[in-house]
Design a protein around this ligand. Structure first.
Ligand code: GLC
Length: 546
């Protein structure tokens, strides 16, 4: 496979509203991000995926865009963004913009025009019908909203304030392409494409995901905007199987660099209630899913690796142990992910082991998905009780990831001088960047080492291009795998349980590269009868001479 610069990159996602507030209004902003670039460079990342900072009424925190070429004043100005791009470059960091192309905000001037009359030139930028069909919104409720002025319904797969754009209209396609090319000219390094698998939809057939026009549209987008710019592009594709992921990321097809697949991320969701009722963590299933993806591509696709993002609960609380073993299990998940093949993504705060939050009242939460789903599941359908729903919120709600970044132990965790838009996790005196930087054994330095390994002359190639082989697939506590590249081999072996466990693996060790426990190395120089402490994670170089 032809090597690409982004194969060896590590991406860090910034959720701007919650990262760092420099202006003192309780919302994070662009100048706040600029002030933390040295910190991100120290961590070692190469790219920032910047969640939306465009003009927005913030019903969905910026994933509802009112102007694709203007910055929301909460975040700063276009000049601030230009400064972020330029300053980040000095820190050897590129900026990935987030493109929300499936829908806009209802405040976008296209929609403001469109809803005025049936023959408005922008009418056809959105999707209108005389009668709604049975399609449902992903945030709860019907996917159609009645508009009294024109006596028609418009279509929205998310909130009713997020009308879906009509990609059947080539004028929409053209406008979007021009907008993206303008961003390319601003010097960005690439794009993340929000819920991109929804743009090829055929509503009257009830097809929303992976519709027939999806891949032709992406090829046209590539041709018009991405080709010859050496960009990195990553699509958010909840409905991707490995076969589908190849269609996006096979270099020969010229669509995207890679996609986020969510098979592992939805593993513990309930068949009926989804994320609002989680099921027991099944390690064997997680191993099966991830190893399927690790072995899916033979140069005809590329993996994006992640545990967290702004839509998912914190991994250390979800499948680790955020109490007694918080630091250790955070490092374990880091080792597992960064040992794999693909481009790793870190979500802000993951690198210090930030955890989920438990606010007492529903009103303490801000997320529109929580509010709309509560309305649907608890109030209308009564399929979940208030208590059951709150358990779902504690386990899976998106606000778990969105509480402000914990910089230090000052009020509001050093995120802001005033009460933030969403309350800080009360554990900030214990879990914060300042504390992590002072402790050489912190989660932060573990991430730093993992990133450095991926860049190292000794282990970079094998981590990036090595093959993957799952070991002990049925073991209920241990997640272990091999990576091989030319004459080299690495072994990752981890214990995802609170009990010590012994495993026997028949390999010769060359070196112990990384251990998430401070431990006497002599104890673990043999792999026959290897004893793993609770949540221990080890990374070895193997001796492959015989
Ligand atoms: C994506 C975003 C999510 C947003 C949704 C609608 O899933 O990641 O935050 O709410 O799209 O734009």
């Amino acid at each position: 496979m032809e090597k690409q610069w982004w194969h060896s990159a590590v991406v860090y996602q910034v959720y701007p509203r919650s990262f760092c507030d420099s202006s003192g209004d309780g919302n994070g902003d662009l100048r706040g991000i600029i002030s933390k670039l040295a910190y991100l460079e120290k961590l070692g990342i190469n790219l920032i995926w910047l969640s939306p900072v465009y003009l927005s009424p913030m019903k969905d925190n910026g994933y509802d865009i009112a102007d694709y070429q203007a910055i929301d004043p909460r975040f700063g100005s276009l000049n601030d963004l230009r400064e972020l791009i330029a300053t980040a470059r000095q820190h050897h960091i590129g900026i990935i913009m987030d493109l929300v192309l499936n829908h806009s905000s209802d405040q976008h001037h296209w929609f403001q025009q469109a809803k005025q009359s049936l023959d408005n030139p922008y009418r056809d930028y959105y999707i209108w019908r005389d009668q709604p069909n049975s399609l449902r919104s992903i945030f709860g409720g019907p996917a159609w909203n009645y508009d009294a002025t024109t006596d028609q319904y418009y279509f929205h797969l998310f909130a009713d304030s997020q009308p879906d754009l009509n990609w059947e209209n080539t004028q929409v396609e053209k406008e979007i392409q021009q907008m993206i090319s303008w961003w390319v000219a601003q010097g960005v390094a690439g794009f993340r494409l929000d819920v991109i698998d929804l743009i090829g939809k055929q509503i009257d057939q009830g097809i929303t995901e992976n519709g027939p026009r999806l891949h032709p549209l992406l090829q046209q987008l590539h041709q018009a905007c991405f080709a010859n710019h050496n960009l990195v592009t990553v699509g958010e594709t909840w409905g991707a199987t490995p076969e589908i992921a190849k269609r996006y990321s096979d270099p020969a097809r010229e669509e995207l660099s890679m996609v986020f697949q969510f098979e592992h991320a939805a593993l513990d969701w309930h068949p009926q209630h989804g994320k609002w009722q989680t099921q027991k963590f099944d390690l064997v299933a997680l191993k099966r899913v991830l190893s399927k993806w690790q072995t899916a591509f033979q140069g005809d696709g590329w993996n994006a690796l992640f545990w967290n993002n702004h839509d998912l609960p914190r991994i250390v609380s979800r499948w680790g142990n955020d109490r007694q073993y918080r630091q250790r299990s955070a490092k374990l998940f880091a080792t597992l992910l960064h040992g794999m093949q693909g481009t790793p993504y870190i979500y802000q705060g993951e690198e210090i082991g930030m955890t989920n939050v438990r606010f007492e009242h529903l009103d303490d939460y801000q997320d529109i998905e929580i509010k709309n789903s509560y309305q649907e599941k608890v109030l209308e359908q009564q399929s979940l009780s208030h208590q059951q729903f709150m358990q779902g919120v504690y386990a899976s709600a998106r606000d778990n990831a969105r509480t402000p970044m914990q910089w230090d132990n000052l009020p509001h965790a050093g995120f802001s001088k005033v009460q933030p838009w969403l309350a800080v996790n009360p554990n900030y005196p214990e879990v914060n960047v300042s504390k992590a930087l002072q402790n050489p054994h912190s989660v932060f330095y573990h991430y730093q080492r993992l990133i450095a390994l991926r860049k190292s002359a000794d282990y970079g190639e094998i981590l990036i291009y090595g093959s993957f082989e799952l070991l002990l697939p049925e073991h209920p506590q241990v997640f272990a795998y091999l990576r091989r590249y030319q004459q080299q081999a690495l072994l990752v072996v981890t214990n995802l349980s609170e009990q010590a466990v012994a495993v026997s693996l028949d390999y010769q060790i060359k070196a112990l590269i990384l251990n998430n426990l401070q431990q006497d190395e002599a104890q673990i120089s043999h792999l026959q009868g290897l004893s793993l402490a609770p949540y221990q994670a080890l990374l070895y170089a193997l001796d492959t001479t015989n």
